[in-house]
Design a protein around this ligand. Structure first.
Ligand SMILES: C[S@@+](CC[C@H](N)C(=O)[O-])C[C@H]1O[C@@H](n2cnc3c(N)ncnc32)[C@H](O)[C@@H]1O
Length: 250
């Protein structure tokens, strides 16, 4: 049996393991992930502390990977739930967790679309370089689920590959980004990795992503775009009250 036909799983639900990214299911890639990717966890923790994250906070990280952020957050928060669909990433994280001695991290093998939050609502939901694995429709569903897991006033931090260039610039900008990749077999991300990202994954435009978040009932607090138009860093908040009806929903 595969995750796609697990009991209770609706037949219409996206197969999140199949769409998790080839490399994230590859043991060799996962073993060297921390050597090639610095997720800037200390900077991210400091940023979220400025948004009120503290020693009592419940933090959920979706698409945690090897848990760079989750482990850093656990040193300053009450409880961290580290969620990922990849069994290979989960195994790597669990090994790191055993070595860390941290006891306030719960590891959950699940995805954006089926993680069931338990206990007090989240003060912070964090997601870096993971939501681009979902097609846009499913990003909207994921954002609505995140909104429901947050307490009113809670924050969502998203840092991902989200295109802020204009649609007519796409070919030039994508080619320029892919050209920054190194050679195959080198000690970092390769051109082929970036090409695969563009071709097979689901990065979208900033204006689409922001509209999906707004429809999901989140308020955009801050947005920063990299100069090359490739990366976006967001803070959203969950306001008090129900999701407002949109003007064209009737
Ligand atoms: C590039 S890694 C990023 C890991 C970590 N957040 C970081 O910044 O280093 C992307 C992660 O997202 C996970 N992922 C992909 N699709 C997912 C989904 N639908 N739900 C949860 N995690 C997912 C992958 O398994 C992988 O661990």
């Amino acid at each position: 049996m595969t995750a796609a036909d697990a009991p209770g799983r609706p037949g219409w639900l996206l197969d999140q393991v199949a769409s998790a990214g080839r490399e994230n299911l590859d043991a060799g890639h996962v073993a060297r992930y921390d050597a090639i990717e610095d997720a800037a966890p200390d900077r991210e923790v400091a940023l979220l502390q400025r948004w009120g994250m503290d020693g009592d906070s419940v933090v959920v990280e979706l698409g945690t990977g090897t848990g760079q952020f989750a482990l850093a957050a656990a040193r300053v928060c009450g409880r961290v739930v580290a969620v990922d669909v990849s069994p290979v990433m989960i195994a790597e994280l669990e090994a790191k967790l055993r070595r860390s001695g941290l006891e306030n991290v719960t590891v959950v093998q699940a995805g954006f679309l089926d993680y069931q939050h338990q206990g007090p609502p989240a003060d912070v939901v964090y997601s870096r370089y993971a939501m681009h694995h979902l097609p846009d429709f499913w990003k909207g569903v994921a954002l609505a689920r995140i909104r429901d897991a947050l307490r009113p006033g809670g924050v969502l931090r998203v840092w991902d590959v989200v295109w802020s260039f204009e649609v007519h610039e796409a070919e030039e900008r994508l080619e320029a980004w892919c050209a920054t990749g190194g050679p195959d077999g080198g000690d970092g991300w390769s051109r082929a990795d970036f090409e695969e990202h563009v071709r097979d994954e689901h990065s979208t435009f900033t204006w689409l992503f922001e509209a999906l978040a707004e429809r999901a009932g989140l308020v955009l607090e801050t947005a920063e775009y990299s100069a090359d138009g490739v990366f976006a860093e967001y803070v959203f908040s969950r306001p008090d009250g129900p999701v407002p009806e949109t003007a064209d929903s009737d």
